[in-house]
Design a protein around this ligand. Structure first.
Ligand code: HEC
Length: 158
């Protein structure tokens, strides 16, 4: 094999590696579940972590609605901020790699909208405006739950 062929082979291999990495970055670690949704395949402790975050977001929604009802905007801002982008920043890379790109985008947009709700509550937004944002937010929760579920396929990673 000539040096030229060798370098072409090396470049081809490099491109294949990148293509595979991009493919998995977009698709994540998934399969089609019997109920038609896309099942994200996680280790059981990773699934527990994501579900804990989900329950935190449901609690945020409850406290936000309660705060809007009583006109306590400080409570609204604090609860919304607790589910903001900072709350998701420490998710480990191995788990992130298993989540499909669309799932990551949807998740990030939901965290960002909680930040927007917190900022709006702190800067004089009306109850109607806050409820309108929360309604948009809940549509995103509903959309993701309709498309994805989480299946534990391997025991805890630790
Ligand atoms: C990016 C996708 C996505 C978004 C956005 C999302 N969820 Fe989830 N959520 C899931 C998945 C997947 C599950 C697991 C469902 C399953 O396995 O059937 C889940 C589960 C849950 C659970 C169950 C937790 C448990 O302990 O079983 C709650 C509560 C929940 N989500 C609340 C919310 C709320 C509230 C929002 C919006 C503020 C939200 N989720 C937004 C994907 C999402």
């Amino acid at each position: 094999m000539t040096a030229r062929m060798l370098s072409i082979a090396a470049i081809a291999l490099w491109l294949v590696t990148i293509a595979v990495a991009v493919f998995f970055f977009i698709r994540g670690h998934t399969r089609v579940a019997p109920d038609g949704r896309t099942a994200v395949l996680l280790a059981s402790d990773e699934r527990d972590l994501v579900l804990t975050e989900m329950r935190g977001m449901l609690e945020t929604v409850q406290v936000v609605v309660d705060g809007v009802k009583t006109g306590d905007m400080k409570q609204v801002a604090q609860a919304a901020r607790a589910s903001g982008a900072a709350a998701a920043a420490d998710v480990n890379p191995a788990l992130m790699a298993k989540l499909p790109l669309e799932f990551k985008q949807l998740g990030l947009s939901v965290h960002k909208r909680f930040d927007e709700i917190a900022t709006a509550a702190g800067s004089g937004a009306s109850s109607e405006q806050l409820l309108a944002s929360l309604s948009t937010q809940l549509s995103a929760c509903v959309a993701c739950h309709g498309s994805y579920r989480l299946d534990a396929v391997t025991p805890a990673t630790k």
